[in-house]
Write a protein that binds this ligand. Structure first.
Ligand code: NOJ
Ligand code: CA
Length: 692
């Protein structure tokens, strides 16, 4: 049976119950996407549940197992039969309070199967949603006799791919969490990977494996076994097993985004569509915007977080930075290292951080008062160094202090190796958990919900991965969860010219990232050290982008809070380029990825949510290239002033990264714009609609 029901009343949630909810005896059930291109087939042949996915009759996922096993109960893994089928459809458009797109269309067909294990009798549901841009499925396990508390020991879900497909992936369960450079291999050569994993099949179809709505469950990595065989591998709990739950429960959605090309994946809204609607109600107290901070100076060793060098977070330095923010139109100033606990090796200071006591040279009330005078807010910071219990013990006072001092966004941090998040359980036993383990998944939501009570938004670093929960909890505004700009400061091999070309098609499919763009001094390690003792990092620290490419990141790497991460003196030195960062918005009406290839380049256009301006951006990897873009997304018949910031003729990330040309032209939607991008170069254009 293929679902072909569709219903297209914009803004109306339209659910059409299918007539067929009777017992069926065929072993195969099917559901198709609204456009009929994607087909999901579920089978209970031989008592084993499996699925496969095709698009335009071409295989995307080969027959792959479904089910799960428990520690002390029979599993949902054998002797299975589909006993009931329900098919429904929906077509609704919902609005994001902030985002890449204001309106999101959720158009899908849904197949809900009731599956029964015969002996002993156990029931569960497999729910599959088929959209035009991919599919999602999850298990729903109801409360039933013989199944109350469960410990999942194995999720059997497989994603059997073509083994020759190219995969872009970062390793999972390694010490540095999600902060790795991407590997490009065949599926056959993959190791255990974090999701999203992006793939290109030999026929050119692009696929991304991930999950949506990761709540009270362990994060799923993709384990490569052999050949084409990829299997869900859940982060283990410190107290044994993978996930502990009471019935009834639902798992996160296992997601497979499918598109003709790489930009098609960027344009997909599947992850958000599989999350629950906003549970927080009015979140207008969070406004997207841009910030600067006391941050880069610590990373490049100009200053220190603690009092064991030149302390960065002083009242005076913060006030000075607030004045700079006010002068240039920034909304916030992030301050790291104002609170007691940073001295010495702060990576290991999880037990000693105070979230309410400040160093003597930082007066939070005075700073907040100055902020009120100049119209700039402090952005708070809570580094936990991975001790989530120490943080939760202080969290009420910590958020209250911030709320009392006008802080509306808090950056959190979980610097600890993978599997080393310290958590004291309800029996007082100290456990060490994974960043994507069930306990940390729960911790993050507790923080987000607490923060909302204080009208505070959260930007988590070293977080659990994003699975679209910003739809349900719209104060969870951004996160890191990948290798960001900071690596370019540390004297370790920098991110390199192709990293962001990988990020935009992999990590960014999961949601906003606080990448912290805007480096204007691309060789910070070559500066004179502030003192001999402080020194500088190794000369390997550099930003391997052109200046135009750094500007383009404000459009290509989405976040509703965007940092201008460099020092004020570096922005003062290049006021014309800085104008772009001042102008670019952080909230969009609409976004359209126009062209690109994973790991190579991206061209994307976004429309400002608050004006009729459009922004167009492109960046490339280590290969120089020419991109030609039709700008037919502009309103037909209108004239636009194009303010262009592009690589000059000599721009090259190694030889001449500062060769930037800024120019203006009048354009209309009928034109094409052509850019010559230098090696690891970029271009970005502000298109301002002219009044008639
Ligand atoms: C790592 C974060 O990614 C970075 O932004 C922050 O400055 C340090 N931890 C200190 O919290
Ligand atoms: Ca980090």
């Amino acid at each position: 049976m293929i679902a072909r029901i569709s219903c297209s009343l914009l803004f109306f949630f339209c659910f059409v119950a299918n007539a067929d909810d009777s017992t069926v005896d065929s072993h195969v059930k099917q559901v198709g996407s609204p456009d009929g291109q994607i087909l999901v087939t579920i089978s209970d042949q031989g008592g084993l549940l499996s699925y496969s996915v095709s698009r335009n009759d071409k295989e995307v996922i080969q027959s792959s197992a479904l089910g799960m096993r428990f520690a002390k109960h029979h599993g949902l893994d054998a002797d299975l039969q589909i006993i009931k089928t329900e098919l429904t459809s929906a077509d609704a458009t919902w609005e994001q309070p902030w985002g890449e797109n204001r309106l999101v269309r959720d158009h899908h067909n849904r197949l809900r199967l009731t599956v029964q294990r015969k002996a002993p009798e156990l029931n569960f549901h497999l729910v599959v949603k088929a959209f035009d841009d991919g599919i999602g499925f999850r298990y729903e396990v109801p409360k039933q006799r013989g199944l109350n508390s469960v410990e999942i020991t194995e999720e059997l879900t497989e994603f059997n791919m073509n083994q020759d497909a190219t995969a872009w992936w970062i390793p999972a369960r390694q010490w540095n969490r999600y902060e790795y450079l991407y590997n490009t291999t065949t599926v056959d050569e993959m190791e255990m990977a974090h999701t999203p994993v992006t793939m290109k099949l030999p026929n050119g179809t692009h696929v991304s494996l991930h999950e949506a709505a990761l709540v009270n469950y362990s994060g799923m990595s993709i384990e490569h076994r052999r050949g084409a065989n990829l299997v869900a591998n859940l982060a283990p709990r410190a107290d044994g097993g993978l996930v502990k739950l009471e019935t009834p429960f639902v798992t996160p959605w296992r997601t497979i985004q499918i598109a003709d090309d790489a930009p098609g994946l960027v344009n997909s809204n599947l992850i958000l569509n599989l999350n629950e609607p906003n549970k927080m109600g009015d979140v207008s107290w969070f406004t997207p915007g841009k910030y600067i901070g006391i941050w880069w100076q610590q990373h490049i060793k100009d200053r220190t977080w603690g009092n064991d060098g030149i302390h960065a977070a002083t009242t005076e330095a913060t006030i000075e930075m607030m004045d700079f923010a006010a002068e240039h139109g920034f909304d916030g100033v992030l301050v790291e290292g104002w609170n007691i606990g940073w001295d010495g090796d702060w990576y290991n200071n999880g037990d000693v951080f105070s979230f309410t006591k400040s160093y003597d040279d930082f007066d939070i009330e005075k700073v907040a008062e100055h902020g009120r005078d100049v119209g700039v807010r402090l952005i708070g910071h809570h580094e936990t160094s991975g001790n989530i219990s120490n943080y939760e013990n202080q969290i009420d006072g910590a958020f209250k202090l911030y709320q009392d001092n006008d802080v509306a966004i808090v950056k959190t941090g979980y610097v600890a190796d993978a599997g080393k998040l310290k958590y004291i359980d309800k029996d007082g036993i100290t456990r060490f958990e994974f960043h994507d383990g069930q306990e940390n998944v729960k911790h993050h939501l507790r923080v987000v919900e607490k923060a909302a009570k204080h009208k505070i938004a959260i930007n988590a670093h070293e977080p659990v991965k994003d699975t679209g929960l910003r739809r349900t909890y719209p104060n969870w505004v951004s996160r890191e969860g990948a290798r960001g700009q900071e690596f370019n400061a540390w004297g370790v091999p920098p991110n390199g010219p192709n990293h962001v070309s990988n990020l935009v098609y992999t990590r960014m499919l999961s949601g906003p990232m606080d990448y912290t763009a805007g480096a204007f001094d691309l060789r910070p390690s070559e500066r004179e050290p502030i003192t001999k003792e402080m020194g500088r990092h190794d000369k390997r620290s550099k930003i391997e982008h052109t200046l135009a490419k750094e500007l383009s990141l404000y459009v290509t790497i989405y976040s509703p809070i965007q940092m201008a991460m460099d020092l004020a003196e570096n922005y003062r030195a290049r006021p014309q380029a800085f104008q772009f960062i001042k102008d670019v918005p952080a909230d969009w009406e609409k976004s359209i990825a126009l062209s690109g290839e994973v790991g190579e380049y991206l061209v994307i256009a976004r429309q400002d949510r608050n004006t009729s301006d459009w922004y167009l951006a492109a960046h490339t990897n280590e290969q120089a290239r020419t991109v030609s873009v039709s700008i037919d997304f502009l309103q037909e018949g209108d004239n636009y002033l194009a303010q262009i910031y592009r690589d000059g003729d000599n721009a090259d990330y190694e030889k001449d990264p500062y060769d930037l040309v800024i120019e203006e032209h009048m354009v209309t939607s009928k034109q094409k714009l052509t850019f010559n991008l230098g090696r690891s170069g970029g271009a970005v254009v502000r298109l301002i609609k002219q009044s008639h």
